[in-house]
Design a protein around this ligand. Structure first.
Ligand code: SAH
Length: 245
């Protein structure tokens, strides 16, 4: 069996003998850019059916058909970690989305806070970034991107069993590692504010909610994307799928 290095995210079912049609962009990438053709082997995943080795059966300029040969990995279940983040400038928001996928977040929820000053978040664009990041990092999970919603509304409808790790730049809480070691597993979400930070009203509200756990990410003020990456990494190392308890 030839080694398949290219991974493509598809939105069709994968299974024994299953045929999968490529999108125009995928056909262009595979046959135009990567110069592959009939007989080439690629890996396919769709966020549900694991990963499959597939062979190109038909190759055209704008289309292509692949046949699934064998499952290479079973579908993984993601650690139960969500990310609530205030959209920031476009390139930085893209980075948050990309790194959240690499770091194994199961769901992305853009929240609009008082000091959020970003252009609106394009959900379709964010979803395209999710797919690209999953293709690149070997992930099998396609985290859902929720519609952007005001933080106050998200908190009002929050299911209290899921604790929110609130990265508070005022450092009202103890350090992250210590907090996680004491708090233990279960469903979690990380909350990162915008470049302007959280308002006093938001801070008062967050402090009063029993499911919100304030944490400090150290003595320096991090940019939002750094804060997101750092908090997710420490969570994964303590409670997630990085292999330590
Ligand atoms: N303008 C704000 C900083 C905002 S940083 C100020 O000067 O105070 C953007 C977000 O990153 C914050 O809302 C917070 O969620 C997170 N963050 C940055 N540094 C942090 C730290 N040291 N501890 C906890 N959270 C931090």
């Amino acid at each position: 069996m030839s080694v398949a290095k290219i991974r493509l995210c598809v939105d069709q079912p994968l299974g024994p003998g299953q045929s999968v049609a490529l999108t125009e962009a995928q056909a262009h990438y595979l046959f135009g850019v990567m110069r592959e053709g009939v007989g080439a082997r690629v890996l396919l995943f769709n966020g549900q059916d694991g990963e499959w080795l597939a062979e190109v059966a038909e190759a055209g300029k704008r289309k292509g058909i692949l046949h699934c040969l064998a499952q290479t990995r079973e579908q993984a279940r993601p650690p139960d970690l969500w990310l609530l983040f205030a959209p920031v400038k476009k390139a930085r928001t893209d980075m948050i989305v990309e790194k959240a996928v690499e770091l194994g977040v199961a769901r992305l929820l853009p929240v609009l806070t008082e000091f959020t000053n970003a252009e609106r978040l394009r959900r379709d664009k964010a979803e395209a970034h999710v797919r690209e990041a999953a293709e690149q990092c070997g992930g099998l999970i396609l985290p859902e991107v929720a519609d952007a919603a005001p933080l106050s509304r998200v908190l009002a409808g929050w299911e209290p069993a899921r604790r929110i790790l609130w990265a508070d730049e005022a450092r009202s809480g103890p350090g992250l590692a210590k907090t996680l070691a004491a708090a233990g597993g279960g469903p979690w979400a990380v909350l990162i504010g915008p470049e302007g930070g959280f308002s006093e009203v938001e801070r008062t509200r967050l402090r009063a909610l029993p499911f919100v756990v304030p944490v400090s990410l150290g003595p320096r003020i991090l940019r939002a994307e750094t804060a997101a990456i750092a908090a997710l990494a420490v969570w994964q190392a303590h409670l997630g799928d990085w292999g330590s308890a």
